[in-house]
Design a protein around this ligand. Structure first.
Ligand code: F6R
Length: 614
């Protein structure tokens, strides 16, 4: 969480910093601030609230400096106010930070006892003061020493004391023309430009300037100056994202754009991977290694958080049925602190849009440390999770900027559906219920089917607009529709801030049915699949208790139409692709309700896109 931007070069820094912050705002928007290296002193401006507020207060200041750092904050330590906004100044240095300093309290106590005065409640200021305390002591001990040597020694000494995952970028009054920083478990991307150097927490802020970037290596201090980025072990990589991929492109929000990109994203994700017939192998990046991995697998753990965990839950049905593989789904924040059993033949797959989620990364590292084969399904090329997993099955969703995940979810499900079909084939399984062939064909026509559903977007948005007054919205489904119900509820609550819960349809009578009255809407996913009749019975039970019913079913289903207050008929879909298609109306229902309530669609309150803290 939190977004960092730093620029040093020949152009005015402020517009570059503010534009970069806008692009990183999905990482947090509790406050924003910048510091510029001025002729007399640092020019520091901080503001509570989103970046637009900072843009407003910096208008007309005439700041033309060519070196600066900036930050957009997702509050961890201390309230989201101006005092706690970054950058934080300590003596000669000013610093921005992403991540968490776990032992900040004890360091703060020590520094306070030695006379250091703190002005904020943040762990960031503790880091800044620690570096400054060490720097000034070293400078006192060796008065003639080069200020850069002293600063770097101080940074190293401070790093040795702080615990946690973080990234920092700082400037020193004594060393104009240079930015310094460290990536220690929270990503930083750097790029050497024609006229200077740019540093940012994520590709989105760098790509509009240059597509040759370096993911800064962990634990190494880097220096950025007019000539570029200098750091041990730096590798330059070309990224095939273009600037237009990080623009709204005429849509009123990134989320809406991303919902509408889903046919294209699914097509991109399948291109080059889908074989011409269902009996042939899917094509993956490391074909031989892929085959060896899956031929020997005995148990699969799929581990993820939030929306990505819902994709994992749906995939459990695929792997069990098509590959007859013991598949367990785990929430990463639980998995990392359990003692999972890793027997020979265990494979751990982690799923993450950002590839930076702290809990998912920790789960991956746990598996790696225990010598288990790992793979990742990530959307961000070269993200930490992608790099640290043994195999990668990337999604090709392109940058996802709306905080609520949409296209990354459908791309994850697409990869998982293809992978499970392929693993079943590799293991020579012919499942008893024989849904492979139709699901293979369903994958091939998925982009067209998604297009067709999206052509009805206004209908789904309108239904969503009617939901703002309900006391609670329940989302219900069975089988592969259960994880989609959970995802529908998650989208709804994060976008609208209204209570919403997802349940397995069979669980309703074990408690949640107590909710039901006319102010409760139950949105049920009931396609004509093998669980259909049972779900219809559950709907009857809700109807009998006066619940308001919205049902998503197969087009032309008169029974459901008769039972429901609103019926959304969807084209009949293959077993494996029905969950992907059913997710779309739920995204649009949540969007419609949130828009009617005037919520911030792309940046729902309290959330951040990339959750790099526990
Ligand atoms: C919800 C959402 C989150 C993420 C979760 C994991 O719309 O986006 O629940 O799915 O924070 O993030 P990634 O997939 O980046 O690991």
């Amino acid at each position: 969480m939190c977004g960092i931007v730093g620029y040093v070069g020949e152009r005015q820094a402020l517009p570059i910093l503010l534009e970069g912050l806008k692009r990183l705002e999905y990482r947090g928007y509790d406050s924003a601030g910048f510091a510029l290296q001025g002729p007399v002193d640092f020019e520091i401006k901080r503001n509570a609230g989103p970046v637009d507020g900072l843009v407003e207060v910096s208008k007309g200041l005439g700041l033309t400096e060519k070196e600066g750092i900036a930050h957009t904050r997702w509050a961890t330590h201390g309230a989201p106010n101006e005092t706690n906004a970054h950058p934080h100044r300590a003596g000669e240095i000013v610093l921005v930070h992403n991540g968490i300093i776990e032992n900040y309290a004890e360091i703060k106590e020590r520094l306070t006892a030695s006379g250091v005065k703190f002005s904020s409640q943040t762990d960031t200021e503790v880091f800044a003061q620690l570096i400054e305390a060490k720097r000034s002591r070293l400078a006192e001990d060796s008065p003639g020493a080069n200020p850069e040597t002293t600063l770097i020694a101080a940074m190293k000494a401070a790093m040795a004391e702080v615990e946690g995952h973080y990234a920092i970028v700082l400037m020193s009054r004594q060393i104009p023309g240079k930015l310094y920083g460290i990536q220690n478990g929270a990503p930083l991307v750097g790029s050497t430009l024609k006229d200077g150097a740019l540093i940012a927490s994520d590709l989105q802020a760098v790509i509009p300037h240059h597509n040759e970037v370096s993911f800064l290596p962990k634990g190494e201090i880097f220096i950025a100056d007019r000539d570029g980025i200098h750091c041990a072990g730096l590798k330059v990589e070309k990224i095939d994202w273009t600037a237009d991929k990080v623009e709204k492109g005429g849509y009123e929000s990134f989320m809406l754009k991303e919902i509408f990109q889903q046919p294209m994203v699914v097509a991109d994700t399948l291109t080059g991977r889908l074989p011409s017939d269902p009996k042939s192998p899917f094509i993956w990046d490391h074909q031989k290694a892929h085959e060896v991995l899956w031929k020997n697998v005995k148990r699969l753990y799929l581990v993820a958080c939030g929306t990505s965990a819902h994709a994992a839950m749906a995939a459990k049905y695929f792997f069990e049925r098509w590959a007859r593989l013991d598949c367990q789904v785990d929430i990463a924040s639980e998995f990392r602190y359990r003692d999972p059993v890793f027997e020979p033949g265990t494979v751990v797959g982690v799923i993450s849009q950002s590839g930076e989620t702290a809990d998912t990364l920790a789960a991956l590292r746990l598996a790696n440390e225990r010598g288990v084969s790992t793979f990742s399904i990530c959307n961000v090329p070269n993200s930490t999770i992608a790099r640290e997993s043994s195999f990668q099955y990337p999604t090709k969703a392109g940058p996802e900027i709306g905080v609520a995940s949409t296209k990354a979810f459908t791309a994850q499900l697409t990869v998982l559906c293809a992978l499970a079909l392929d693993v079943g084939r590799l293991r020579g399984i012919q499942s008893a219920r024989d849904t492979e062939q139709e699901s293979f064909l369903g994958l091939a026509r998925l982009p067209q089917d998604l297009d067709h559903i999206l052509s009805r977007s206004e209908e789904f948005i309108r239904i969503g607009e009617t939901l703002g007054k309900q006391r609670i919205i329940l989302f219900v489904g069975r089988g592969t529709m259960f994880p989609i119900a959970l995802e529908g509820a998650l989208k709804f609550k994060e976008l609208t801030y209204l209570p919403a819960e997802g349940f397995a349809a069979g669980e309703l009578k074990h408690g949640p049915i107590a909710y039901i009255d006319p102010e409760v809407t139950v949105i049920t996913l009931a396609p004509k699949d093998e669980w259909y009749q049972k779900t219809v019975s559950n709907l009857e039970e809700i109807r009998a208790r006066g619940g308001h019913l919205i049902t998503l079913g197969t087009e032309g289903d008169r029974v459901l139409e008769g039972l429901s207050d609103s019926f959304i008929g969807l084209p009949s879909a293959a077993w494996g692709t029905a969950p992907i298609l059913s997710a779309i109306p739920l995204q649009l229902l949540a969007y419609g309700c949130a828009r009617a309530l005037d919520r911030n669609i792309d940046k729902p309150r309290n959330l951040a896109k990339s959750v790099t803290v526990e």
